[in-house]
Design a protein around this ligand. Structure first.
Ligand code: HEC
Ligand code: HEC
Length: 495
């Protein structure tokens, strides 16, 4: 994919476009003149094709696989189980609960799985403004994204835990993320500040170590303090997996030649299995994909005008272009944060109500990129409200309204604050003067990118919640059996 100059924008010519087009055809036929400068382009192209070419728009591309994690049906199935298994969550610590005088098996709401925040029927996001982690909805059976109440007290220390400073993005098509380029790569950026640069494998082992996401105050955090390194947590989770015979069998099959006994299972294998599952969560075949592939009837008139506005007057295509409708760069737009209104007293990423985006990825390296966030994909956004890193736009319409006002709303980060942080708002974020109909058309266009997840290997439905997982814990989305536990047969080997 060639880099597309953001300045190369097609004019928005809604309404007159078709009449001009037909007029020119008639003119050509009548005059017999085919090479007029203003005439139609080569056969098979039209004004839409000009935009498609300029902005590098393509149907959903094929999945790039890293050399050490190529397509493997057993690995994908194993990854699906791990993704839904609360055994990866810290405060699933049965013994710690028992020591605290609590039923070790009862409160499965403590037990976080990846899927608790990235749930299939919520488009692998959670439907919340900010993610809700391990202590959310403690002692409750309604443990899915929107119902979780955070922060909640850690079952171990009693300290509040469980509010994520960021909106949970979908992982649909995350396999196709780029890195400083619109081109998909297996070594992609993950996270809105790009702090993961080596794709899904690297990302998959991080949430288990995060206090707010999955770890909570387990692993002796209160005793170890700073000595509780990510490695201590990762070793603990790896040991739990090794202690479950069904997992050992599945790892042996999925990593034949690498794993032959329990001790061969390493963190790396867990990450690769989860990534193998996530990588298949792609959504080809949307009406948008059909449209850019040449089927001009795939979009209705309003959607087509939204397409032209998106890549024209509304400037969206300056940042949202290429196969994923993102150039995977970091831009300063200054969307509203206002964490206080979500959870009183919650200070967000910085602790004092700000999220410096890229700067927070590595404060020494990106000191001059405060407030810069990764351009997010537009694909499937119909299903992933609310929007932006702070979840401040509740609907797609509100997201477009942010752009229409050029980031100059009461709640948006003001220019003065950006200046104080040494940055300026991206020049494409400026008042657009869109009409209500134009905003609606852009929203209608974005919705044409929605498509279901492709079928997994051997016809496996990758969006299905496993009825049971090898740990014996209850996966998110499966109703908790009534009455007290145990939901585990044994605590042996589990810390
Ligand atoms: C508490 C909720 C929560 C849990 C649990 C959770 N995530 Fe996430 N996930 C998030 C949030 C919030 C982000 C965005 C973080 C950021 O950008 O800084 C995210 C980002 C991601 C991304 C990056 C997507 C992209 O395009 O940048 C991937 C991939 C992902 N999570 C996979 C996982 C996996 C795998 C697990 C389990 C090991 C998991 N998540 C557990 C909330 C959660
Ligand atoms: C200057 C580059 C730029 C331009 C221009 C731009 N965007 Fe964005 N877009 C971004 C960035 C960066 C983010 C993530 C920002 C954040 O979370 O703070 C984003 C996020 C979004 C999201 C939220 C996605 C999600 O999952 O949360 C939507 C929707 C969106 N943009 C639509 C549009 C539309 C529509 C336009 C044109 C009216 C547009 N964008 C123009 C850079 C841009």
């Amino acid at each position: 994919m060639h880099a597309v100059s953001p300045r190369l924008r097609a004019d928005s010519r809604r309404g007159i476009l078709e009449s001009v087009w037909w007029g020119l055809i008639v003119l050509m036929v009548v005059s017999g003149c085919g090479d007029d400068d203003d005439g139609p382009a080569a056969p098979g192209t039209d004004d839409f094709q000009v935009i498609i070419d300029q902005f590098g728009l393509t149907p959903l591309p094929t999945i790039p696989y890293p050399a050490n994690n190529t397509f493997n049906a057993e690995r994908i199935a194993l990854g699906q189980l791990l993704f839904f298994d609360p055994i990866l969550g810290g405060e699933s610590a049965a013994q710690v609960k028992a020591d605290a005088g609590l039923d070790p098996f009862r409160y499965r709401a403590n037990d976080m799985a990846c899927a608790t925040c990235h749930f299939p029927t919520l488009a692998f996001a959670d439907g919340r403004r900010l993610g809700a982690g391990v202590a959310g909805a403690q002692f409750s059976d309604t443990d899915l994204g929107p119902q979780r109440v955070v922060p909640g007290p850690s079952i171990i220390t009693g300290l509040d835990v469980g509010t994520e400073p960021r909106n949970t993005p979908t992982i649909l098509n995350a396999a196709l993320n780029g890195r400083n380029s619109a081109e998909p790569t297996a070594e992609s950026f993950q996270f809105m500040d790009g702090r993961v640069t080596k794709g899904l494998e690297e990302q998959a082992t991080k949430p288990i170590t995060s206090r707010d996401e999955m770890a909570g105050d387990a692993y002796g955090r209160d005793i170890l303090g700073d000595a509780l390194t990510p490695e201590v947590i990762q070793d603990s989770v790896t040991n739990r997996i090794r202690s479950i015979p069904e997992y050992v069998d599945r790892f042996k099959q999925a990593f034949a030649g690498e794993v032959s006994i329990a001790d061969d299972i390493k963190l790396d294998h867990i990450g690769r299995a989860i990534a193998a599952f996530e990588r298949e969560l792609v959504t080809p075949g949307s009406r948008y994909d059909q449209f850019v592939d040449g089927d001009r009837d795939a979009l209705g008139e309003v959607e087509k005008s939204g397409f032209e506005l998106f890549f024209g007057k509304a400037l969206c295509g300056d940042c949202h272009f290429g196969p994923m409708l993102s150039d995977f760069s970091f831009r300063v737009q200054g969307v509203a944060e206002d964490y206080e209104s979500i959870i009183p007293g919650f200070g967000g990423k910085s602790g004092d109500g700000k999220d410096f985006g890229r700067f927070h990825a590595d404060e020494s390296e990106f000191a001059d990129e405060k407030y810069a966030f990764r351009v997010l994909t537009i694909r499937n956004t119909e299903l992933t409200a609310p929007y932006f890193h702070s979840g401040s736009a509740g609907t797609l319409r509100e997201a477009v309204e942010f752009y229409d006002r050029g980031g100059q709303g009461n709640q948006d980060v003001p220019d003065s604050e950006l200046e104080a942080a040494g940055v300026t708002r991206d020049s494409s974020i400026r008042p657009l003067g869109l009409t209500g109909d134009e905003i609606d058309a852009i929203v209608a266009f974005m919705k044409t990118t929605t498509a279901p997840v492709q079928m997994g290997p051997l016809g496996v439905d990758l969006t299905a919640v496993p009825q049971r997982v090898p740990s014996g814990l209850i996966p998110p989305g499966i109703p908790t059996p009534s009455g007290p536990g145990p939901f585990l047969i044994t605590t042996e080997g589990r810390d």
